[in-house]
Design a binder for this molecule. Structure first.
Ligand SMILES: C[S@@+](CC[C@H](N)C(=O)[O-])C[C@H]1O[C@@H](n2cnc3c(N)ncnc32)[C@H](O)[C@@H]1O
Length: 256
């Protein structure tokens, strides 16, 4: 199941808030050149453009649907269909931002220094990644995938997401390349008005995609039924009927 801009943007307000928090923490005074890696439908690119309206700004994404949505949303900007692991533009850039993307991209150990080397002096690498792989919403995906009805088709999913390492690991990795590093972890508590069904819709736009993709429609429906039951069991329901979804995220600001 490939990325769908429409499914992803169902929760645009919640998904875009971390970009604003990330951008607020960028200490680089003047940003003339910026790139948004894994720009999606340009919700993150738009936040960069609002903050630095005079920056030459481009977006990179490897989903055709996302790039089409980004071009439609910001027709005056340049969006390229490319895998950021193969992205060759040496810049240099005053800002390289990647919001909610790098947990899908392997080999942080070589990727992050490679990105840092494309910064101007005092330029900033700004990253946010969901740090939620041990949350019930993800544990349930793995548990259901291991059940006998699904195991044959879903047993290979171990490497789908890249491990988000500890803050100390990212400090050590970037210290050789950057003069200032700021890392923090925030848990947002999203109020999802549609209850467990809304939580299912949220993850259909992100983490559930690789689990649903190998299944036929009947298997997908059964997987989602079990997933919804698990979500209803594991997450708190507010008096309004909304579900409270805790969502931890790791933020990294690294200045060259
Ligand atoms: C969760 S969305 C984030 C979208 C946007 N940056 C935001 O802040 O909401 C993840 C995006 O990363 C893109 N992506 C994932 N792996 C990628 C890769 N290796 N190269 C380029 N884009 C990638 C996906 O296509 C998707 O649009």
């Amino acid at each position: 199941m490939s990325w769908s801009s429409a499914q992803y943007l169902t929760f645009e307000a919640e998904r875009t808030r971390p970009v604003r928090d990330l951008v607020q923490a960028v200490p680089t005074q003047s940003v003339a050149s910026a790139v948004d890696l894994g720009c999606g439908p340009a919700n993150s690119t738009e936040v960069i453009a609002t903050h630095w309206p005079n920056a030459a700004l481009q977006g990179i994404d490897n989903s055709a649907d996302m790039v089409a949505a980004a071009r439609k949303r910001m027709p005056a900007h340049s969006f390229t269909l490319a895998d950021l692991s193969d992205w060759q533009d040496e810049g240099p850039f005053d800002l390289i931002l990647s919001n909610a993307v790098l947990h899908w991209v392997p080999d942080h150990e070589s990727l992050l220094p490679r990105l840092a080397r494309r910064l101007t002096p005092r330029g900033t690498l700004a990253i946010q990644m969901p740090d939620n792989i041990d949350e019930p919403a993800h544990r349930l995906m793995r548990d259901i995938a291991a059940q006998p009805e699904f195991a044959a088709k879903l047993s290979d999913l171990g490497g789908t997401r890249t491990k988000v390492e500890s803050p100390a690991w990212y400090f050590a990795l970037l210290a050789a390349h950057c003069s200032h590093i700021d890392i923090w972890r925030t848990t947002y508590h999203h109020v999802l008005e549609g209850g467990p069904d809304a939580v299912v819709e949220w993850f259909k736009g992100s983490g559930l995609r690789p689990f649903l993709s190998p299944l036929d429609p009947a298997e997908q429906a059964e997987f989602l039924r079990r997933y919804r039951d698990g979500i209803a069991r594991e997450y708190e329901t507010l008096p309004s009927g909304a579900t409270l979804l805790p969502f931890p995220r790791l933020f990294i600001i690294a200045v060259r």
